[in-house]
Write a protein that binds this ligand. Structure first.
Ligand SMILES: [Fe+2]
Length: 334
């Protein structure tokens, strides 16, 4: 209904007077704030935001239970959304607009979460030392020729857990175990730091290749710190597994909370966040790929070229998470 009203230009604050929606968000971007304000102006629905780390928000939802004021949970990584779902914290939403707009692999099969933005976990390399012709797949990073050249963060990080979960789903458990062991053998150093730190280490010569989320390259290139811009410029961007299943992708996303006191408003906000207008703001703001197929990615992302995505339904990332964690531990990937 929201969309019809928007299209007709009839959406006024009168329809939703004194209405509100309570958001628990792990995202901390200015763009999100801007979008909430736009939504408030369009609908008269006040958006109240609680910001915290994903684990804290999930704990809080668990302890608040039926008394939770939360309507929407927003967090990064499909595995975290799956965790919230598996704890019974999210409810099913059946929205014709969301179902038509969010590709099936980017939403929960039971409608308990939907992608808002999309990112790829890619290979970046030092353009001075690596010929991209040497690169091909995630699996090939375990080859002997990359000994002591690979930088990647700790296995406690959910992005890596989801990457390994996708390898379990695509190649099977044994191949996933071999991959984790082979990566550990090829580490340039014991994992530490975040994705940006891996690229800084590549630029400083500690290794030649890193595995990172796409938006961190954008963040470096657009940093206010000139040394970070220099690191970004040294990086070549490579989308792995293009000849096969495609590059691993993940999302930030949102779901309506189980005991949401303002469910209609929550669904209206979700629909707004997937609208072309909001998706254009997301696309500009954080160097992520829009989820709405009608909206083009930013110029920077377009400059890296189109790429083939792994079509694995992202439910699998959560479903294989525990196994991924176990394989990492057994492989000695700390
Ligand atoms: Fe991140």
């Amino acid at each position: 209904m929201l969309r019809t009203l928007m299209a007709a230009g009839l959406l006024t604050s009168i329809a939703f007077a004194a209405a509100q929606v309570n958001v628990y968000s792990h995202r901390h971007y200015a763009a999100d704030k801007q979008l909430f304000e736009t939504f408030e102006k369009k609908t008269g629905i006040k958006v109240n935001v609680v910001k915290a780390k994903a684990d804290e928000l999930i704990k809080r939802l668990e302890s608040e239970g039926e008394n939770s004021p939360a309507d929407i949970l927003i967090t990064a990584d499909a595995a975290r959304l799956h965790l919230a779902k598996s704890k019974g914290l999210l409810q099913s939403v059946d929205s014709a607009f969301l179902n038509a707009t969010v590709p099936a692999k980017l939403r929960d099969r039971d409608g308990r979460w939907f992608a808002l933005t999309k990112r790829a976990r890619i290979i970046v390399y030092n353009k001075d030392t690596i010929d991209p012709g040497e690169l091909s797949t995630y699996e090939a990073l375990t080859e002997e020729k990359f000994r002591k050249k690979i930088l990647i963060r700790k296995s406690s990080n959910v992005y890596n857990q989801s990457l390994l979960a996708s390898i379990i789903a695509n190649d099977g458990e044994e191949a996933a175990r071999k991959w984790a062991e082979g990566m550990v053998r090829n580490f340039a150093r014991t994992p530490r730091g975040n994705d940006r730190d891996q690229m800084k280490a590549v630029a400083a010569g500690f290794g030649d290749i890193a595995v990172v989320n796409t938006y961190y390259v954008g963040k470096l290139l657009n940093s206010r710190k000139i040394n970070e811009v220099a690191v970004g410029k040294k990086m070549g961007v490579f989308f792995p597994n293009q000849e096969g299943r495609g590059t691993h992708i993940n999302i930030s996303g949102a779901g309506v909370v189980k005991h949401s006191p303002n469910k209609d408003n929550a669904v209206a906000l979700l629909e707004f966040l997937l609208s072309q207008e909001a998706q254009r703001v997301f696309a500009r703001a954080n160097y992520e790929y829009p989820v709405n197929p009608e909206v083009a990615p930013s110029k920077l992302l377009q400059s890296w070229g189109a790429f083939k995505e792994d079509d694995l339904p992202l439910n699998k990332l959560g479903e294989n998470n525990a196994e991924a964690v176990q394989i990492f531990n057994e492989a000695g990937w700390r």
